[in-house]
Each structure stands twice: as structure tokens, then as C-alpha cells.
Design a binder for this molecule. Structure first.
Ligand code: AMP
Ligand code: MN
Ligand code: MN
Ligand code: MN
Length: 290
């Protein structure tokens, strides 16, 4: 196994650097997700589960088998001005203590939140929410998506969108505020592990464009590295804008589908528009196992 900086050929590769398995809120196992990436013709791929790298070892075994290049990844929940945002870490050393201590901290916050969500739901008459939700998770990781699935299964709501709106946000019964670490800390964890820190899906935060730009300025200030310019749901306008911002704020460009494997989501692995400026592609600046 050698470490080499990917060469220019990578510019014609199919790349997807944001995906989930059932180690967080995805449907499939890490090896199934890598299998799908391979079928889709992905050359370079990253599994980026929420606040855990537990699925990466399995993904690596499958990637080695199929000849898919895998970048170690994670999607970390963070706070910017008291708002939750997601920072993708790419090319990380999985054995780095600082990163793993950070992830363990977030996992603890998730456990505490799960109990509070269950309590909130209990107060509104929904019994045994924690037990029922745990049954739906293949690992100890509980995301709000698991609670959403449980509420749909129990007939409280008919789809994801309404269940989040009616039960799992703001002042709703299962709406619980989590105080994640600020972006500077999260960027530090990723850098300690030798990785690059990327703002995930910049247009999904209910922020005005001015606010997104302020977030990017602060992210650069704390030495953040990149921004997702292309995600599966990006519009042409969003791609143009985020590409412009990458240039303006000197951030590298990443692309990832945010695939979860949910049947009602029409997102497919590796089905992404090209980055407008491939010279700025983040994978050109990341060492990759070959
Ligand atoms: P968590 O990190 O546990 O708070 O869960 C956040 C995850 O829930 C996100 O990564 C999405 O996958 C999912 N999610 C959040 N809001 C919605 C929504 N309105 N509809 C569907 N899924 C959502
Ligand atoms: Mn998710
Ligand atoms: Mn996200
Ligand atoms: Mn994601």
C-alpha cells in the first residue's frame, strides 16, 4: 500500500465524496454502498457517516476487492453561530486520537439527545419511542432519521418531510437543541487526523446567501479547506454560485451525492454534475491509498 498524490488523470474520473451507510442513517451496509458506487462507475469514493468512522474499515475491504479508490471520510455535526451545520472530513487518519475523541463526544451528545427526544415524544403520548427506535438501527448510532422512520412506521406521519416538521424540529415534541462544538474545534479534529475539512451542502441550511457567505468567511478564518460545490440536489445556479464562492474565499471544491439509499429519495451514487473548475478539485490535494 503506498501513499501518493493523485495525478492529473483523476480529472476524468467519476467522484462521489459524500455517502452514508447504516453506520449512521443510510439504508445499506458499507460494502453494499461501495458495491453500488462500483456499479455506478465511481473511481474515487468516500463513505461519510454522521459522527462516526465505524463503517470505513468494511468499506475499505470492499473497495480493495473492487478496485475502487476510497478516501477515508466522516460528516461531523458542528455549530456556526449557534446553528447546526455539517463538516465533511476527507482523507482522515482513522486512528487519530483527537479526531476519535471528538467523534466520541458527538456520539455522546447523540445518545443524550435520543433520550430527550423520547421524553418529548412520551409527553405527547408516544410511548417507548427509544426502544422502538433502537430496534430500527443496525448500530448504536441514533439519528433523527431513525426516530422519523419509527414515527412513520407507527403511523404518526406518512412521510419524512412531514415527520421532521411535525415532530423533530424546533419546539415540536421531539425537537431537541444539541450544542455541537464550534466549527474551529471540528476543523481542528479533522486537521489533527491529516484530513481536509469541507462545508457540506451549503444551500441546505435555511440561510440567506449573505449568511452562507459569512459562514464561508468564518470557515476560511478557522482554516477550513473546502466547500461542496456539487451535490445531488444542486441547481445550476447553486453550482455557479458555490463555484464562485470557492474562488472568492480560496476554498477547494468537493462533490458528493449525500446518498442515503432511502427509497423515496431519487438520489443515486455517482450521479453528479461535473465540477465547473476541476483544477480546484479537492481530491487533487489529498493523498490517496492505491
Ligand atoms: P441528525 O444528524 O441526527 O440530527 O439527523 C440529521 C439527518 O436527518 C440529516 O443528515 C438528514 O439525513 C435527515 N434530515 C434532516 N432534516 C430532514 C428533513 N426535513 N427531511 C428528511 N430528512 C431530514
Ligand atoms: Mn443523514
Ligand atoms: Mn448533512
Ligand atoms: Mn450527509
Amino acid at each position: 500500500m503506498t501513499n501518493e498524490i493523485l495525478d492529473y488523470n483523476v480529472l476524468i474520473m467519476k467522484v462521489d465524496l459524500h455517502n452514508h451507510s447504516y453506520y449512521s442513517d443510510g439504508v445499506f451496509s458499507p460494502s453494499e454502498v461501495v458495491g453500488l458506487a462500483n456499479e455506478a462507475g465511481c473511481d474515487l469514493f468516500s463513505l461519510t457517516d454522521h459522527d462516526t468512522t465505524a463503517g470505513v474499515a468494511e468499506a475499505q475491504i470492499e473497495a480493495d476487492k473492487l478496485g475502487v479508490k476510497l478516501l477515508n471520510g466522516v460528516e461531523i455535526s458542528a455549530f456556526w453561530r449557534n446553528m447546526t451545520i455539517h463538516i465533511v472530513g476527507l482523507g482522515i487518519d482513522l486512528n487519530n486520537d483527537k479526531l476519535q475523541e471528538g467523534l466520541a463526544h458527538n456520539q455522546q451528545l447523540r445518545e443524550d439527545r435520543a433520550e430527550k427526544i423520547a421524553l418529548g415524544l412520551w409527553r405527547s403520548g408516544i410511548k417507548d419511542a427509544l426502544e422502538k427506535t433502537q430496534k430500527l438501527s443496525k448500530t448504536s448510532m441514533l439519528t433523527r432519521t431513525h426516530f422519523a422512520q419509527m414515527l412513520i412506521k407507527e403511523g404518526y406521519c406518512k412521510d419524512m418531510k412531514s415527520v421532521f416538521r411535525r415532530y423533530l424540529t424546533g419546539k415540536k415534541p421531539g425537537g431537541v437543541r444539541v450544542e455541537w462544538k464550534n466549527i474551529d474545534k471540528v476543523v481542528d479534529w479533522i486537521h489533527a487526523a491529516g484530513g481536509k475539512a469541507v462545508i457540506a451542502h451549503p444551500f441546505r441550511y435555511r440561510m440567506t446567501q449573505t449568511k452562507i457567505k459569512n459562514m464561508l468567511i468564518d470557515f476560511k478564518e478557522v482554516l477550513g479547506d473546502g466547500i461542496e460545490v456539487v451535490t445531488a440536489t444542486s441547481t445550476d445556479e447553486e453550482i455557479t454560485l458555490s463555484n464562485q464562492w470557492a474562488k472568492e474565499y480560496k476554498l477547494l471544491s468537493s462533490c458528493g451525492s449525500d446518498y442515503h439509499g432511502w427509497p423515496n429519495q431519487r438520489i443515486q451514487i455517482g450521479c453528479l454534475r461535473d465540477l465547473p473548475n476541476l483544477d480546484n478539485a479537492i481530491w487533487r490535494y489529498l493523498p490517496c491509498r492505491t
